[in-house]
Write a protein that binds this ligand. Structure first.
Ligand code: SAH
Ligand code: SF4
Ligand code: F3S
Length: 450
């Protein structure tokens, strides 16, 4: 059977899809990039905003429409949206055969087989939160991974936690990904060792609130210290950090452990205390500012990345101005800015009317982006003239292309700055020293040091 798997959403989904590819391939199925040639069409989905779900609905509408013409493809919806909507997906799109929540992906081969054998639609949901035990063996699915299969040459995501217990008022993640559970440190180290043996040199440790990692007395800083000792590994990153209860030992680890990159993705969501309170974020603007100050003092050259939501219920112009001020003050390398999208079942959607008009959300989004662009441009320009170590990803996508260039490559610095430069394609997965010669707000351009 030929399987086409389309991935939407965050790094967790990218990782889940990598593991699924290993699992499907080891059961004799063939992966294909061509959706038209596939016998099985799988969508690994995201529920974080309505727009992300709408995209899946339109894919499903089209795929099920074709199926009505007589092609017997098997259609599966996986991940967060599968968990949120469950049987509703089968009702809305006649033609969907499989619905599998994020904790059920290990059963996918069995589910495909059941459908192929005429068993009808298969719905496999994760149990509701109180029934999921915090000592569940979350690592079993990760054990199915083929260490030779990576999302980029030499780079791998590694799950160290699942779920989230924070319940920010706007966020669907705690409902679809279940409670926070950490994976045993020995198990993580073993997985990283296998990846390094297969040629991986950069690992990104994944968790929704990755700084809360704790297993058997081992916290994130201790875990990174142990990983830092692995010969062959060159870079360690971790995402995403939650600004409440941040353990300063993590900054010390970033400073003293050579492999831990100077990169911190730490979403503020808003620069206004009123909004932080309404969002149920458990820190104030002042505490966030202090945290960023300590990060900058402790870790020289650190790059900080933020997320913001504009148009959360009740957001006044002065709250919005406070977010713009935070972007300026924090000197983010970049930030991800989103328009608030009410998610059914979250406390925000249940208790607060979505009272900021769409055109105001759009304007605020544009304004924050413009401020961030200025900050990013200044940050990028400051790097002109420096030489940076780049981990090469591969050929640069067309959008980055400069005129008259033949072999443009793209890669990232330790601080996750994107650098475009000319070089041979076989550098993908390798490290190169590149002198930065030019910069836009999004991209650095450079020349390979010979
Ligand atoms: N675990 C990460 C975030 C996961 S969701 C963390 O806690 O930082 C990724 C980003 O999507 C969030 O940081 C937030 O900025 C945005 N987001 C989440 N829910 C949203 C919603 N309902 N509407 C708009 N943006 C949202
Ligand atoms: Fe969502 Fe908040 Fe958890 Fe992040 S910390 S995943 S924003 S509930
Ligand atoms: Fe989306 Fe699920 Fe990630 S809702 S952001 S794919 S955890």
């Amino acid at each position: 059977m030929k399987v086409h798997l389309k991935t939407m959403g965050c790094q967790m989904n990218v990782l889940d899809s990598e593991i699924l590819r290993s699992l499907l391939a080891s059961s004799g199925m063939e992966m294909t990039d061509d959706a038209h040639a596939a016998d099985v069409l799988l969508y690994n989905t995201c529920s974080v905003r309505e727009q992300a779900e709408n995209k899946v609905h339109s894919h499903l509408g089209r795929a099920c429409g074709k199926k009505a013409d007589g092609r017997g493809v098997i259609i599966g919806v996986l991940g967060c949206m599968a968990q949120r909507l469950g049987p509703e997906l089968v009702k809305r799109h006649r033609g969907v055969d499989i619905v599998a929540g994020p904790g059920q992906l290990g059963r996918l081969v069995e589910l495909i087989q059941l459908v192929a054998d005429g068993g009808g639609p298969q719905i496999a949901m994760d149990p509701p939160r109180p029934e999921i035990k915090t000592d569940d063996k979350i690592e079993f699915f990760d054990h199915k991974r083929d260490p030779n299969r990576c999302h980029l040459p030499g780079q791998a995501y590694v799950r160290i936690m699942r779920g989230c217990d924070k319940f920010c008022a706007y966020c669907i993640v705690p409902y679809v990904r279940g409670p926070e559970r950490s994976r045993p440190a020995d198990d993580i180290i073993e997985e990283v060792r296998r990846l390094v043996d297969a040629g991986v040199t950069q690992v990104t440790l994944l968790g929704q609130t990755v700084n809360s990692y704790r297993s058997g007395g081992v916290g994130l800083a201790d875990l990174m210290e142990r990983l830092d000792g692995l010969a062959g590994l060159k870079r360690i990153r971790f995402v995403t950090s939650y600004p409440g209860d941040f353990d300063h030992a993590i900054f010390q680890a970033m400073r003293s452990l050579p492999k831990v990159c100077e990169y911190l993705h730490i979403p503020a969501q808003s620069g206004s205390d009123n909004m932080l309170r309404a969002m149920g974020r458990r820190y104030s603007r002042g505490e966030y500012d202090d945290l960023i100050a300590v990060a900058r003092q402790t870790v020289p050259g650190i790059a900080i990345v933020g997320d913001f939501i504009v148009g959360f219920p009740g957001e006044a112009e002065e709250d919005h101005a406070a977010s713009a001020d935070l972007i300026r003050q924090s000197g983010y390398k970049n930030s991800f800015i989103f328009k608030y999208s009410p998610r059914p079942g979250t406390t925000g959607a249940k208790r607060l009317a979505d009272d900021i008009p769409e055109d105001v959300k759009r304007r605020r989004n544009r304004e924050l982006l413009a401020v961030q662009q200025e900050v990013s441009l200044a940050d990028n320009r400051a790097m002109i003239g420096q030489t940076a170590e780049i981990l090469v990803e591969g050929p640069s996508p067309r959008a980055d292309k400069q005129p008259n260039s033949q072999n443009q490559l793209v890669g990232r610095t330790r601080t996750d700055h994107i650098v475009v430069f000319d070089g041979a394609e076989n550098l993908a997965g390798q490290y190169a020293d590149v002198k930065i010669t030019n910069a836009t707000a999004l991209t650095l351009f450079g020349e390979l040091n010979e």
